[in-house]
Write a protein that binds this ligand. Structure first.
Ligand code: F6P
Length: 325
């Protein structure tokens, strides 16, 4: 195992609020512990191309409150190939980078795991995604901010829903996970959430409509997790056909929900886990994601972090149902 002197840091996949706070934490904690920090631009794509620059503590000044990522980001197809990984490793060797901190979601950490399995490089992951779909951490960097953004939007939509007595289907992101949909529904007092974790056997729309939601309310908001097949448009079209008396509208929040200044929670999470990444390297850990469980920093092996079955709290589904009558 090589002695680590230089650490590379990159952001990858979808940008998430708090990524900058994480870059700041990794840079400053790293320099404080005597490492050289090299910033890699545009994720794995930039690593392959050698878009790398040494960072001082000044390079991360004034960014803790900024959304997006100053390092830019990308979804790299090339990094999934053997040739792409070989080029990436060449860049690391050329820059004398001995350890890599990857800030990103499921796909990015999967890439880090595969890279570390193939090459002698210490990889540490930070959970940077609005989807909250990484196993072993209570929350991911960006999730809290996005949740608050969605709630703010739904509060506004509520005004129109109430005034016009309409059914609104509001589509939110989350890829294959329903955390954003379920928890924004609870926090905004929405009448229902349609989430991928519940696609199984029951028709969620049918269930919701036959429960007679409209008996006690003249308007309602249903939060729908994005889905190629069963998005908000799908449910709105069905209601229009099956219940032509209802006045139905759709709002797809899209990328509006991914940007913006990070919440205090996300800034703290990013600072804690970014600092934790450097401590992990000092301790000789590799191939782990730094997460947070019950307010404590934890190290989760990549293979566990990327498991696709991070469970939703089922009790919250019941709470949403019972409180939305
Ligand atoms: O992973 C973050 C995320 O915002 C998902 O919720 C969404 O499915 C996806 O990225 C959208 O990706 P893009 O910005 O590349 O269209």
């Amino acid at each position: 195992m090589t002695t680590i002197k230089t650490i590379g840091v990159l952001t990858s996949g979808g940008d998430a609020p708090g990524m900058n706070a994480a870059v700041r934490a990794v840079t400053r904690a790293g320099i404080a512990k005597g490492f050289k920090i090299k910033a890699i631009y545009r994720g794995y794509e930039g690593l392959i191309k050698g878009e790398i620059k040494e960072f001082t503590t000044e390079n991360v000044s004034g960014i803790i409150d900024h959304g997006g990522t100053i390092l830019r980001t990308a979804r790299s197809e090339r990094f999934t190939t053997e040739e792409g990984m070989a080029e990436a490793y060449k860049s690391l060797k050329k820059e004398e980078i001995d350890a890599l901190v990857v800030i990103g979601g499921n796909g990015s950490l999967t890439g880090a795991m595969q890279f570390a399995q193939k090459y002698d490089i210490a990889c540490i992951g930070l959970p940077g995604t609005i989807d909250n779909d990484l196993y072993g951490t209570d929350s991911t960097i960006g999730y809290d901010t996005t949740l608050n953004t969605i709630v703010e939007c739904v509060d506004r939509i509520r005004d129109t829903a109430t005034s016009h007595e309409r059914i609104f289907f509001v589509e939110v992101m989350g890829r294959d996970a329903g955390f954003l949909a379920q928890n924004s529904a609870i926090a905004s007092g929405a009448e229902a959430a349609i989430i991928p974790e519940d696609y199984t056997d029951v028709d969620q729309l049918e269930q919701f409509l036959t429960r007679g939601i409209r008996k006690s309310k003249k308007s309602c908001i249903v939060i729908v997790s994005e889905s190629k097949k069963y998005g908000a448009m799908y449910y709105a079209d069905r209601v229009k056909k099956e219940f032509p008396d209802y006045d139905v509208r759709v709002t797809i929040l899209g990328h509006l929900q991914r940007g913006g200044s990070p919440s205090a929670y996300d800034r703290i999470l990013a600072s804690q886990t970014g600092y934790g990444a450097i401590e992990a390297i000092v301790q000789g850990q590799r191939n782990v994601m730094v997460g947070i469980r019950n307010n404590e920093v934890v190290y989760v092996p990549f293979a566990e972090a990327i498991r696709s079955d991070k469970p939703l709290n089922k009790k919250l589904i019941k709470i949403l149902d019972d409180l939305s009558i």
